[in-house]
Design a protein around this ligand. Structure first.
Ligand SMILES: [Ca+2]
Ligand SMILES: [Ca+2]
Ligand SMILES: [Ca+2]
Length: 309
């Protein structure tokens, strides 16, 4: 009896050892990056740098003592939870990433970028994508490619556009002068003027954690999309572009998705990326639409459509 037990015990130990060996060897041969463990949504924000805007300092909220880094963390938490952050006027941007490479599946759209667009309220942002080709965990300058959307294709965009905004010197007193002549700006096409404040948002529109008195942005300027229909509160319509921009269609609409195949290099040639690790979105319009104020892209995360399936 004793011997039999002992033998079966040895046999059991041997089989456990074999199982352990097998699982060990299968671990080394199977894909270490099993797609099921990855998150479909944004996991990190690398940079948050809005321009001026009526939701700046509130989406996400600025508090006394906040820094570039603490605001980056607030933006990161917002995107992880699909809460929107504002990018302010032209050029303001956010750079975010994922815990895996989003595959570029041929013939399919790959990523949905979330915003807060609704009918007649499209505030299109330009999208750039980066594949971490050198695997150093950061998007290097030469790894960025622009998504060429419908307006790029039509040739109605202005590339190499640059704008400068100056910190407002006036006190926040909601006087008529402050409302009309709030933030001074100029661009590299010789345009300049004042960005207005409005009667709905009383906080500073200049990012309060930024120590510089000047905000500089450059990128591709999209054509104006606002039309004034009448003088009522709903009288301004911000029409969406056909495809290829952020905060341009409601989140469930196909228009909020992009195909990585739309990415092009600086000469407009297809980038042919196998996938992407990082996305940058910046406000693409320098436009003010009456009582609506400045047009500002909002971002609320992004979804890998292949993991979401
Ligand atoms: Ca694709
Ligand atoms: Ca890199
Ligand atoms: Ca918006």
């Amino acid at each position: 009896m004793k011997n039999i037990k002992r033998n079966s015990g040895i046999a059991m130990l041997a089989s456990i050892a074999i199982v352990a060996f097998n699982s060990c060897s299968s671990d080394t041969t199977s894909q270490p990056d099993d797609p099921k463990v990855y998150k479909a949504n944004v996991t990190k924000v690398l940079e948050y740098a809005p321009a001026f805007g009526q939701f700046v300092n509130t989406l996400p909220p600025y508090e006394e003592g906040d820094t570039v880094e603490s605001m980056r963390i607030k933006a990161e938490k917002a995107l992880q939870n699909n809460a929107v952050i504002t990018l302010g006027g032209f050029g303001g941007y956010v750079v975010f990433g994922f815990d895996h490479t989003i595959a570029n599946i041929p013939g399919k759209r790959d990523v949905r970028i979330l915003g807060n667009a609704f009918a007649n309220n499209a505030e299109p942002g330009v999208i750039l994508v980066a594949y971490d080709a050198n695997k150093n965990g950061i998007p290097d300058e030469e790894e960025w490619f622009e998504i060429a959307g419908s307006e790029h294709e039509k040739g109605s965009v202005q590339s190499g556009y640059e704008i400068v905004y100056y910190r407002p010197a006036k006190a926040l007193d909601d006087s008529q002068e402050e409302i009309e002549q709030y933030i001074q700006w100029e661009d590299n096409l010789g345009n300049k003027g004042w960005k207005k404040k409005n009667s709905f948002h009383h906080q500073s529109y200049y990012p309060q954690w930024v120590t510089s008195d000047v905000l500089r942005f450059k990128g591709t300027l999209l054509p104006a999309n606002a039309t004034k229909v009448n003088e009522t509160e709903s009288g301004w319509k911000l029409q969406p572009f056909a495809w290829g921009y952020a905060d341009n269609y409601p989140n469930k609409h196909e228009g909020s998705t992009i195909d990585i195949d739309w990415a092009v290099d600086k000469n407009g040639n297809k980038a042919n990326l196998p996938g992407i690790d990082f996305i940058k979105v910046y406000t693409g319009l320098n436009q003010e639409a009456g009582w609506l104020g400045e047009t500002s892209t909002e971002v609320g995360g992004a979804i890998d459509l292949h993991l979401d399936e």
